[in-house]
Design a binder for this molecule. Structure first.
Ligand SMILES: *Cc1c(COP(=O)(O)O)cnc(C)c1O
Length: 489
């Protein structure tokens, strides 16, 4: 498989690259992203045989069809990390919660968010490449709460890799913050940033593009890479669980087509569904759920991506509190080509908005529909399903708005569940008690687990007793300096 660039080629970077190059150097010409030139097609035979495969076997089969330039033994070792998930035989259980609504539980990995699905194997592959090439890498991660812990976990103590992880101070839950600030590993740096997630992500993007920063890294013989879902190394693993989810569905019932419901922020999860659909997964439509930061549902409903007069709003689904959704670009490229994609991205940078033509919007809506909900709706859903015995986190709860409003055919739906409730315990408790009190995560975890008779995993409980290793909170302007200090140390 070869990769091309979403904004065309600047005649300096290579025109086509292999997988290993794309994951080690994720930023393409003109600030674009790498995308596969073509995708493998899945036929009937594939689905027949897939029924007998477990998650690792299916992943292996799919990766071999992608034909990436990674040695088979490395792929095996990377996939073996799924053995550390709660149920090694099935890292992604599919739960039926209504007659035609299934939940694809993607959060059973070490940090209890779906980010582990991709970051576990991706982290292994990336560090292995770095080691083989005897090249040192700095991985920059900006997180709204779940990417950070998953990135730190996968790269902790890996040779040839250093990680600098930035989170918006006050923008994450206590559990998410503790997962980062207590993470051991000499090669890790965690920084709280004064600002919101978009600030953290923008800081990361400008560092990736800063000549002075790159120059200093060169002197130290360190290259830069990124672990956000701008990196295709994550997207490839996010295609797989959509396919596995459908195969699990087929074990429950017949389904020629289904709806895929994705609670979305940076659009990596939804992009995985889009690529899977293009490969032949019979998704009727990908239904995007947003919170009140409804930039994605505006794009998909009105064809306009508009940052003018928009402010990021804090919600109880913080991983979806995003205005600049990086992976939309890959869909724009796929549908409209590199020159139009570059034009739209330039518009967004210069004018703070872009608008699709009527035909372009129509084409987007052939694959996607979208809706958003507010925190109150999400709480009602959490409460309603908790009463029925199914516990879902506030991000997953947003998918019910899509389930209730967007289906126009009687088909089964698979909704992605992206985090375990334990990462957002205060909201969970607010939901079942119908109050708006401020609880600490520690209290809320205890109360909720007692009320609903659910266990808190050890890995979450012990966070409250661990030493805080990283306690720095800094202004954006100090990021470059701090990270350089860390690298020199
Ligand atoms: C990251 C995340 C999302 C958003 O996923 P994207 O791929 O960025 O759209 C949703 N929910 C949770 C819990 C997450 O951690």
């Amino acid at each position: 498989m070869t990769f091309v660039e979403t904004r065309g080629n600047d005649k300096q970077k290579p025109k086509e690259v292999k997988f290993s190059y794309a994951i080690l150097n994720p930023i393409a010409s003109f600030g674009g992203l790498y995308v596969p030139k073509e995708l493998p097609k899945l036929d009937e035979n594939f689905f027949k045989e897939a029924k007998n495969k477990n998650y690792k076997e299916l992943s292996k089969e799919l990766l071999s069809r992608f034909d990436i330039d990674i040695d088979n033994d490395v792929i095996d070792e990377a996939l073996a990390l799924y053995d550390n998930f709660e149920d090694p035989n099935n890292p992604v259980p599919l739960e039926k919660i209504e007659d035609d609504l299934y939940i694809n539980e993607l959060y059973h990995g070490p940090t209890k968010a779906f980010k582990d699905m991709a970051l576990q194997p991706f982290g292994y592959i990336l560090s292995n490449l770095a080691k083989k090439q005897k090249q040192n890498y700095l991985i920059l991660a900006a997180t709204s709460g779940d990417t950070g812990p998953a990135t730190l976990d996968t790269f902790a103590n890996k040779e040839n890799i250093k990680v600098a992880c930035m989170y918006p101070d006050g923008g994450t839950s206590d559990v998410q913050k503790l997962q980062m600030t207590t993470q051991e590993g000499k090669n890790l740096k965690v920084l709280g940033i004064v600002g919101n997630f978009d600030d953290a992500q923008n800081a990361l993007k400008s560092l990736l593009a800063s000549p002075s920063f790159i120059d200093e890294l060169k002197k130290q013989n360190i290259k830069l890479s990124a672990a956000n879902s701008v990196n295709f190394g994550r997207i490839i693993f996010q295609i797989i669980y959509h396919i596995f989810g459908y195969i699990s569905l087929l074990k429950e019932q017949n389904a020629d087509k289904f709806y895929s419901i994705v609670p979305s922020g940076n659009f990596g999860n939804a992009l995985g569904a889009y690529y899977a659909k293009k490969m032949g997964l019979p998704i009727k439509k990908i239904l995007i759920a947003s919170n009140i930061n409804n930039i994605l549902s505006d794009l998909i409903n009105k064809g306009i991506y508009d940052l003018r007069d928009r402010k990021l709003l804090k919600t109880t689904s913080p991983a979806m509190d995003i205005l600049i959704s990086s992976n939309v670009e890959r869909v724009l490229y796929d549908k409209f080509g590199a020159s139009r994609c570059k034009e739209l991205m330039d518009d967004l940078r210069e004018k703070k908005f872009y608008e699709l033509s009527k035909n372009e919007l129509k084409s987007l809506r052939e694959d996607f529909d979208a809706v958003y909900c507010d925190d109150e709706f999400a709480k009602q859903i959490i409460k309603r399903y908790a009463k029925k015995g199914y516990i879902m986190d506030p991000h997953t709860a947003t998918t019910l708005s899509a389930y209730e409003n967007l289906r126009d055919e009687n088909l089964p739906s698979i909704a992605c569940s992206t985090a375990q409730w334990t990462k957002f315990a205060p909201t969970m408790l607010n939901a079942i008690k119908n109050d708006n009190k401020t609880y600490s995560d520690e209290i809320a975890l205890k109360e909720f687990s007692e009320a609903l008779h659910v266990e808190i995993p050890k890995s979450i409980n012990k966070l409250f007793y661990k030493d805080i290793i990283h306690n720095q909170v800094i202004e954006k302007r100090d990021i470059e300096k701090e990270i350089l200090n860390f690298i020199k140390a």
